[in-house]
Every structure is written in C-alpha cells, then in structure tokens.
Design a protein around this ligand. Sequence first.
Ligand code: NAI
Ligand code: MG
Length: 489
Amino acid sequence: MGTDMNRYRMHINGESVEARRGAWFPVYDPSTEEIIAEAPDADENDVNRAVQAARAAFDSGAWPQTTAQERGRILLRLAERIRKESAMLAELESRNSGKPIVEAEYDMADVATCFEYYGGLATKVAGYVNPVPDNALSLSLKEPVGVAGQIIPWNYPLLMAAWKLAPALAAGCTCVLKPAEQAPLTVLEMARWFADVGLPPGVVNIVTGFGETAGAPLARHPEVNKIAFTGSAAVGKLILKSAVDTIKRVTLELGGKSPNIFFADADFEAAIDGALFGVFINQGEVCSAGSRILVERSIYSRFVEGMAEKAKRIKLGAPLVRETKMGPLVSKEQYERVRAFQELGKREAKLAAGGGRPAGMGKGYYVEPTIFCNVDNSARIAREEIFGPVATVIPFNDEAEAVRIANDTPYGLAAAVWSRDIFKAFRVVKALRAGIVWVNHMQPTYVEAPWGGYKQSGFGRELGPWGIEEYLETKQVHINLNEQPIGWY
Ligand code: NAI
Ligand code: MG
C-alpha cells in the first residue's frame, strides 16, 4: 500500500476523522480485485465517540428542537446535492460494489427521492386528540426515539443509508450509521456535504469498520435507543440479543428466500423475463430476490428452457460498461459462498444454466447466472439465502400446492404471483405469508410503500409513513379541564 493511497475518513461530530487507534482497512473494486481506497477501521472507542456526539446533539435539542420545516429543508438540500453529484456517486457505487452502472444510476435517483420524500414528510408528523370520556384534553404526541444506531449491508450501499437516515432525521432522531465494510465509499462521500446542507455537528455520524469490532459495540451501546439493521439473519439474531439489556427498540430486515410463482395462464414471455429479473438483478444480491421460482407443471419444462436460453445471453462484464447487465459479486467472501452453493446445487438438483465461473473473464468475482431445475423445496439451495445469481426452479401441480411450497420457508420478506386470472392471483396474494407481494411483476420498490418482512425476515417496516413511525415514540398527555380535579382523598 503506497503513501498515495486514497484514504477516506469517517464522520464524527461534524469532523472528518481517522480511527483513534490509527487502523485502516482496504476497500476493493470487485471487478479487478484491486484495492481502490482505505477506510478507518473503527473500534469501540470510535463508536463511543460517535454515540456521545449523537447523544449530545439529541439531548441539547440541537436537532429534535429544530422545527420540522427546518429539518425538512435540510433533507431537501441534501437530496438536491445528491442529484447534482449523482454521476460521480453512481460511478463510485458501481466501482466499489460491482453493480452495473445503469443500476447504480437508478439507485442514486432513488437515494435522492428518499431524502425528498422524508424531507416533505417531516412537516406531516402530527399527533392525535384522544376521545376520552372525561372533561379533559387528551393528546397523543409524537416524539423522536432518540439516538438511532443503524447498521447496513453492501448490496445497495447508499440507498440503504438513505432508507435509514432519511426517516430518522425527519423524525428528529440523531444517528450513528455503520456502513458495510465492503462498500463504505459513497456514504463517506455524502458525509462531506452534511455541514454544507445545514446538518449540525453530531446529528449524523458515520463510523466505518467491521461487524464485530464496530457494529457490535454500537448494537449494545447503552446510550443508543434504537437499532435499525439490514443484513443476514445470523447477525439479526445477535443484534436482537444485544438489545435485551437496555430494551432498545429494534427493527430488522433480514432478507429471505422469496417465491416467484408462475401459473400456466401467465403471459409466457413476460413471465420468463420476470423470473430472470426477479432473481438476477444486482447479481442476485438482493434481499427480496425471487430465488425460488415456482412454475405450474404444465409449462414447467418449456419455462426452464426459456429461462436457460435467455440467461445464457445475459451480458456479464465490467460494471462501468453501459451494456453490462451483470457485474461481479461484491467480495471474495461472497464469491466463494456463491460458488459453494453452485457446487452444492449440482448435487441437489439438475443444472439448467451456468453453474460456475464464466469463461474468459480474467480477474474479478464473477459468477455465471445459474439455474437449477427439478429442485425439491427441502434442498439447501431452496432453503438458504444464497445472495447471488442462483435460481431454483420448483414445479407445482395446483394452486394449493403452490401456496404450500411458497410458504414452506422460515423467511417471509417478499413474493410474487403471475397469472391473468385476477381471482386466483388475489387468492394467492392473501394466502402468502410475506410482507411484500407483487402481482405480474417482481422487485419494483417505491419510497411511498411499506417494506419489511414476516416471520424470520424480521420486523418493522421501512419507507412511507411506516418508516418514520419506527423512529417515533408516542407520548400521552392528559390536560384536566375540571377546576376541581377528581381524587379519592
Ligand atoms: P452481515 O449480516 O454479516 O453484514 C451486514 C452488516 O452487519 C454489515 O454492516 C456488517 O459489518 C454488520 N455486522 C456483521 N456482524 C455484526 C455483528 N456481530 N454485530 C453488529 N453488526 C454486524 O452480512 P454479510 O456477512 O455481508 O453477508 C452474509 C450473508 O448475509 C449474505 O450471503 C446474505 O445471505 C446475507 N445478507 C443479507 C442482506 C439483506 O439485505 N437481507 C444484506 C447482506 C447480506
Ligand atoms: Mg457477516
């Protein structure tokens, strides 16, 4: 590592800082396997410093007592800055995460939209007058939860930061956000603009580092009132455990093994496209990936052939090339994990497409879009979240069996159903145990609509008015209007 290394600093109490112990970790371009930057390798000391800053910004009133109008304006200014710099951000996101540049551009637009949405919503948070029977004015007031600890993954780095920061800030919370160690760069770029757009010091603190050394101390910190986490189910369980001691509020989004269900009466070409898009977008590194593709038996073999045929033509390549439809996986660790599932799948089911590393790609964590057919829903490739471009295609005989297989999973984040029969489609929608269900589509996500899972996919909802609610407490206020208060003694 030369001295000209591109070193990013993290953001604590309005300052750009290194880790106290002076440690750094490398950040990679997964398409070249080369180090492109370094970020501070924070530990508990740095987390404490960040939480202290967030605590002070909250307790002093520096943020929660600004007007909702002012908080909204600041979020809108941040959104404007993001839009202005979106080409730079998209390129950096694409380079650091491996996602195709075109997808990164969509992400940056969504990032700005998310800050705009919550900038607007800040002034719409209102209380309620409770219809108590007494001669009294009974109120429900909405107040911010306090200091929010936010731990996010690497698959949509800046977008996940926006989903966490925007509602928290609109609500009046202060934040300590830990980006994923694989992809911290765009969040750190955004932090450079915090002061410019008017965020007081300490309101948003960004701490970079690894899960055990920086994430865990944040999750258990007694001065943190709420933890919002998106990531693996395994870490979600740890977060929940560490919240017990100080009864933190917790919201978890833990991904899944989402079913994408195709009935024989669906538009065939649209269905093939929907199956591929549902599972391969963003290299399959998507919490709501439609990784279990359930297909009615009468169209099953034709469907698998159609998918395999098109999958072979998906353009893999360098993320910054505009024609690229699939880039490398984010890291060596994720590459090895997905490669292992590809090999496991060859023992558990029949390979219909892909199955390995693409030929002639040279360096980079590339894997082929892979399709397994004749998969039994009890196979590990059908039960475990792979988080890569690996599809399992499972046949079903009738509606009841489709629903049974779809729900036979510990997860419940998302699902989709494809049919031209609105009655059948809606019966299935109601029977599915999942937080998000698409009909004749899969994956579009809007800031106006709720996002979150059933079952072991976690709890709590992000986005829309639901998202801000998770950062609010409700205070009941009772104002007696009798001149003589009622009492027994
Ligand atoms: P992870 O759950 O370990 O990482 C997510 C975030 O949690 C990162 O910021 C990480 O630093 C942090 N973290 C890790 N251990 C922690 C701990 N003990 N305490 C507090 N924070 C901690 O996910 P990872 O290892 O990157 O990926 C492994 C698998 O997890 C993937 O293959 C995928 O199946 C799943 N995953 C699911 C995601 C989703 O959106 N649902 C996102 C990322 C991964
Ligand atoms: Mg991990």
